[in-house]
Design a protein around this ligand. Structure first.
Ligand code: PMP
Length: 352
């Protein structure tokens, strides 16, 4: 006899490596190469005066942060939910909204946390193959199901699905919740946020980790109609009332209020991405037309694993999956101009 039979055994998600050494060009986890807004630093310094605040539990309603998001996006605060990164928001949403015996649908190539949450919660699911060009066919999602999850733009492909196509998926699934994960939308995608006014089954999830340079703070958020947000909030308060710590609430509110800095840095990332696309093309790489802060690229000259290892030997880390259909692809996060110049120099050497 053993306790083993009673344990919930799961195969965990494996996050990209966070190396302990600093002399690396780190292009493996889609972080922003620029620091957070100067207003975030100011808010952090202000925390020193408010140090007594840390004796107390944080505000479980996260009002300050939600108010700041409401103001920035001109959305009512009843339509906003916040969590510890969008991973936390998505995990809560899977728990709240996928409570059916029917299969939840998401693409075969997408954010590899979706199947992990589904397995964790014992949610049945079906992975719908992307087309050969790595795009989503909306009509594949018009079948009977227990919910739908779409990352748009998708990861790791970088491919964006047009707004009307996403709307078709939402419109054809009125009996289930459709989650649109917009982690990368600020780098050139089009958000379905306005559609929450028309579709009560739509949850739009975004994050501070990419376009707001705050991956280390862990802040994510979702938009949906007030009833959907109430269901999500009920699950949160049934799990952990205090997901957001006092510092995240302050620093997050500061970050989202700085539109000027947000626009400046995301445009810098977009500009560097477009330059990198041109250089990768020159070197013979093929890739989808990324609307994100990464490029998912493949060379016909060498296997993905060889290029990955050669880059690593030159202190450049990118991401690669040992997975059917994509094992020759490298997902390259967009760094600074200098970092991308180093990357291109290294690739020239490797491929010559
Ligand atoms: N969704 C997608 C598609 C992602 O790539 C990521 C980043 N790993 C996340 C959600 C989660 O990001 P975070 O928890 O940092 O908000």
């Amino acid at each position: 006899m053993s306790y083993e039979a009673n344990v919930r055994k799961v195969v965990p998600y494996v996050p990209g490596e966070q190396p302990k050494v600093t002399n690396l060009i780190k292009l493996n986890t889609n972080e922003n190469p620029y620091p957070p807004s100067p207003l975030v630093l100011k808010a952090l310094k202000d925390m020193e005066e408010k140090i007594e605040r840390l004796k107390l539990y944080p505000d479980p309603t996260c009002e300050k942060l939600i108010d700041a998001i409401a103001k920035a996006y001109k959305v009512d605060k009843e339509k906003i939910f916040v969590g510890v990164g969008s991973d936390d928001v998505l995990a809560m949403a899977f728990l709240a909204f996928f409570n059916s015996d029917k299969q939840v649908l998401f693409p075969d190539i997408t954010y590899s946390f979706y199947d992990v949450w589904a397995d964790l919660y014992r949610i049945p699911y079906k992975q719908i193959p992307l087309k050969s060009d790595f795009t989503i066919e909306p009509s594949d999602y018009f079948i009977d199901n227990g919910g739908v999850v779409i990352a748009n733009p998708n990861a790791p492909t970088g491919e964006a699905l047009a707004l009307d196509k996403v709307e078709e998926i939402i419109k054809n699934n009125p009996d289930v919740v459709v989650i649109v994960d917009e982690a990368y939308v600020d780098f050139g995608g089009v958000s379905v946020l306005p559609l929450i006014e028309r579709y009560e089954n739509l949850l739009v999830v975004q994050t501070f980790s990419k376009s707001r340079s705050m991956a280390g703070m862990r802040i994510g958020y979702a938009f949906g109609n007030p009833k959907l947000i109430k269901y999500l909030s009920d699950v949160k308060f049934s799990f952990n009332s205090y997901t957001m710590n006092a510092t995240s609430l302050e620093l997050g509110a500061a970050a989202v209020s700085d539109k000027e800095y947000f626009d400046k840095t995301r445009n810098m990332v977009i500009k560097t991405r477009e330059w990198t696309k041109g250089e990768l093309k020159r070197l013979g790489f093929t890739f989808a037309d990324s609307k994100t802060n990464f490029i998912f690229a493949k060379s016909d000259k060498l296997p993905g694993k060889v290029i990955f290892d050669e880059l690593r030997a030159r202190n450049i880390i990118v991401r690669r999956w040992d997975k059917e259909r994509i094992n020759d692809y490298l997902r390259i996060s967009i760094g600074t101009d200098e970092e991308m110049q180093e990357l291109i120099k290294a690739l020239e050497e490797i491929l010559k």
